[in-house]
Design a protein around this ligand. Structure first.
Ligand SMILES: Cc1cc2nc3c(=O)[nH]c(=O)nc-3n(C[C@H](O)[C@H](O)[C@H](O)COP(=O)(O)OP(=O)(O)OC[C@H]3O[C@@H](n4cnc5c(N)ncnc54)[C@H](O)[C@@H]3O)c2cc1C
Length: 416
């Protein structure tokens, strides 16, 4: 629809405009973002070829010149005789028997309303308040203790871990939280917080005890070492599909990532925490994917309509490229009356598709690729680097076995 209608974040008329950072994340071998890019490269991803062409020095990351990247994408699409480019705001869902919706986190309001009518308003989020996620291995379990509030649930298996704070630690944490800089809100991100998911720093500002009576409430959580509840507690909840990680319950916040890490590491037990996701609060349209999409990114309520990018419940440029690739394969196959199975769960692409179809409800939040989305190795490996290397090797082998099945899609696409 750009340049006739823009979004509050885009600045140009260019295709594939990167709205914020120019990084397509790590190129370090055997990291999760590397794995996702490797799979896409092996599948012949046009967008990654454009990114490689537009690459600029970025240390361990694939950084691109955003104008050259956008121009390369535009050139490639304009040169494809089977693609017709129409620059127009879509006000309604496509009527074509097979279509892909990829209008992003800032989907224009009329189309978002049409989508909400189809899926049910409760399944389309417009605003995001997400809590940080830490890698399970990086939590010091000599300090944190397993317990669910009033002994409910399955704490025996470590569904909940609790980081105890004494009075002094609590006030030091609150002071640091109040002193830490937040991301400036843009005009379209004016705070319209729901009371139920107020950012942590906003709660802290309300009074010295507010956190202790809110997300850091210790009642019903006695520390087994003392038999008494601590002064305050930070509760870590195991992620349903991410057994190797914990969510900091009620810790959504808007702090800058570097400062956020420093503040959260003041929590006893999290001194060495490795964050897989930081807390965020921002405008963001995305579907409550597991309630409405299947693992081929198809809307259950409208099986010819596939959803890709941020709207289907992933987060990040490369994840948007990845789900765009998948939706393209599935839609092209569907257009020819064929089908392609989702990539195996052991792959990065398959893990994203699996998370989209089976992620936690009702608290679904868009995911970046990370190792905790991949299944654990059949034989556990304690060494982190070795574990990740083996997961990558298994993923690439499974991906190589799946890839030939996609041949059906381009072949059908090429039919008159
Ligand atoms: C402010 C902001 C900053 C972000 N920064 C980063 C970052 O630094 N790094 C990162 O990895 N991820 C970032 N993200 C997350 C997100 O992954 C990226 O925005 C990513 O570009 C999403 O890709 P997409 O293809 O889903 O949507 P987009 O890249 O937004 O593409 C959607 C396109 O659809 C168009 N459109 C919308 N509505 C309509 C309509 N009704 N009719 C026709 N066209 C329409 C839009 O103009 C846009 O061109 C950011 C998100 C936001 C909102």
């Amino acid at each position: 629809m750009r340049p006739h209608v823009s979004t509050p974040a885009h600045r140009t008329a260019g295709m594939a405009e990167l709205v914020c950072s120019n990084s397509l994340k790590s190129e370090s071998v055997h990291t999760a973002p590397w794995l996702l890019k490797q799979e896409l490269r092996r599948a012949g991803s046009l967008l990654l070829a454009c990114a490689d062409e537009a690459a600029v020095p970025g240390g361990q990351a694939l950084a691109v010149d955003r104008d050259r990247f956008s121009a390369a994408v535009e050139r490639a699409l304009a040169a494809e005789p089977r693609i017709r480019i129409v620059r127009r705001e879509a006000l309604e869902l496509p009527a074509a028997p097979v279509a892909i919706l990829a209008t992003g986190p800032l989907t224009a309001p009329p189309l978002a309303a049409a989508l909400a009518r189809l899926t049910g308003r409760e399944h389309l989020y417009f605003y995001d308040a997400i809590s940080p996620i830490v890698e399970a291995d990086s939590v010091n379990r000599d300090v944190a203790y397993a317990a669910s509030r009033y002994g409910k649930g399955d704490a025996g298996d470590g569904d909940y871990w609790n980081c105890p704070l004494d009075r002094e630690q609590y006030h030091r944490f609150r002071d640091a939280l109040l002193a830490a800089p937040s991301y400036p809100l843009r005009a379209f991100e004016e705070p319209r917080y729901f009371e139920a998911c107020l950012p942590l720093e906003e709660l802290a500002r309300r009074g010295p005890e507010t956190l202790r009576f809110g997300p850091m409430k210790p009642v019903g959580l006695p520390d087994p070492r003392t038999g008494r509840p601590p002064y305050a507690v930070v509760q870590l909840r195991r992620e349903t599909l991410r057994a190797d990680s914990f969510n900091l319950v009620g810790f959504q916040n808007h702090l800058r990532f570097a400062d956020q890490a420093a503040v959260l590491r003041l929590i006893p037990g999290l001194e060495q925490a490795h964050f897989l996701r930081f807390g965020q609060v921002h405008r963001n349209s995305y579907l409550q994917a597991p309630a409405v999409l299947d693992a081929t990114l198809r809307l259950r309520a409208c099986p010819g309509l596939f959803v890709a990018g941020q709207l289907c419940g992933t987060e990040g440029y490369v994840e948007a490229i990845a789900t765009g690739f998948l939706a393209g394969v599935f839609a092209a196959a569907a257009a020819g009356g064929a089908s392609v199975p989702p990539p195996p769960r052991a792959t990065a692409l398959g893990s994203l598709a699996h998370y989209i179809a089976h992620g936690p409800l009702p608290d679904y939040a868009p995911a970046n690729i990370s190792f905790d989305l991949l299944p654990p190795l059949p034989v556990p490996e304690r060494d982190r680097a070795l574990r990740h290397q083996r997961q990558c090797e298994a993923a690439l082998a499974a991906f190589a076995a799946w890839l030939p099945q996609t041949a059906v899609a381009p072949a059908l696409c090429a039919l008159p």
